[in-house]
Design a protein around this ligand. Structure first.
Ligand SMILES: [Zn+2]
Ligand SMILES: [Zn+2]
Ligand SMILES: [Zn+2]
Length: 273
């Protein structure tokens, strides 16, 4: 099982378009892991998690072929995760797709509404179909792989999702874009022992847990997962989804999280199990 971090930033990306804060200026000078695309993940070569605005950038940076995608798992509809026009470009006249290019998109009700508004009529013209992702309902993703959606604590007005990825007896929790989970989610997570937990770190130094987490909330979340038996002492914990407003550069994040045994996500990071 291989998961590639295609992006590791929150809404604005880093450096943010118009921003001259210290983190953005540092990223412009240093490049490398301080440059952060909006968060998404590629599982093996054929499963994408989130359809954000930086997929083109990731494609050319990491030499990817999105025609290989067969499944798209959507977490929620915020603009840093969801650019539905990208699906429209699968229509003949925009793109020439290979014959075996069929894609299934999984998401909540709002994602479905937005997709159907942009891709009008029969979705098969765009060589994909849509299936509602529902909390606790396991999604079969072929080749012995599956994903279980759980409720994120993130935003009003839609059912935001985190995903438990399962393959080869291994599990990865993709937990970004969530604050401190509701009781129901903690209960569901307690049934697993994750090999890897990816946890939100949008707020940097801040201890807020409202819709996202910072370093203090991430460590508290890690500790709670351990207490519930969902993380072994040697399980990997990876921080991801960083905002420049968190006021920590890549090296500063490592200095803060490294001693806690938490890895700092970066664009192009490969998680192999
Ligand atoms: Zn986000
Ligand atoms: Zn900035
Ligand atoms: Zn969001």
């Amino acid at each position: 099982m291989k998961l590639t971090v295609l992006g590791s930033a929150a809404a604005e990306g880093i450096p943010a378009l118009f921003c001259h804060c210290e983190v953005c200026q540092h990223a412009r000078e240093r490049g490398g892991p301080d440059i952060r695309r909006r968060t998404s993940y590629l599982w093996d070569e054929d499963i994408l998690i989130d359809l954000g605005p930086d997929l083109f950038f990731a494609q050319v940076s990491f030499n990817l072929d999105y025609a290989k995608l067969r499944h798209l798992l959507m977490t929620h509809s915020h603009a840093d995760h969801f650019l539905p026009e990208s699906l429209q470009y699968r229509h003949p006249g925009f793109s020439i797709l290979p014959a075996d290019c069929w894609l299934t998109v999984y998401g909540n009700a709002r994602i479905e509404r937005r997709v159907r508004k942009i891709c009008t009529g029969d979705l098969s013209k765009y060589f994909f179909d849509f299936q509602r992702a529902r909390v606790g309902e396991e999604i079969d993703l072929d080749a012995g792989r599956s994903a279980v959606p759980v409720a994120a604590a993130h935003a009003e007005g839609e059912e935001c999702l985190n995903y438990i990825l399962k393959a080869d007896g291994k599990t990865i929790l993709v937990g970004n874009d969530s604050g401190w989970w509701q009781e129901e989610t903690w209960r569901m997570l307690a049934a697993y022992q994750f090999d890897v937990a990816i946890i939100d770190c949008t707020y940097g130094q801040s201890d807020s847990c409202e819709g996202h987490l910072g370093v203090p909330g991430l460590l508290a979340t890690r500790n709670e997962l351990r207490k519930l038996g969902a993380l072994a002492a040697d399980s990997r914990v990876i921080a991801n989804h960083f905002s420049h407003n968190g006021q920590l550069t890549h090296d500063e994040l490592i200095a803060r999280l490294g001693p806690e045994g938490v890895e700092v996500g970066y664009d192009g990071m490969q998680i192999e199990l």
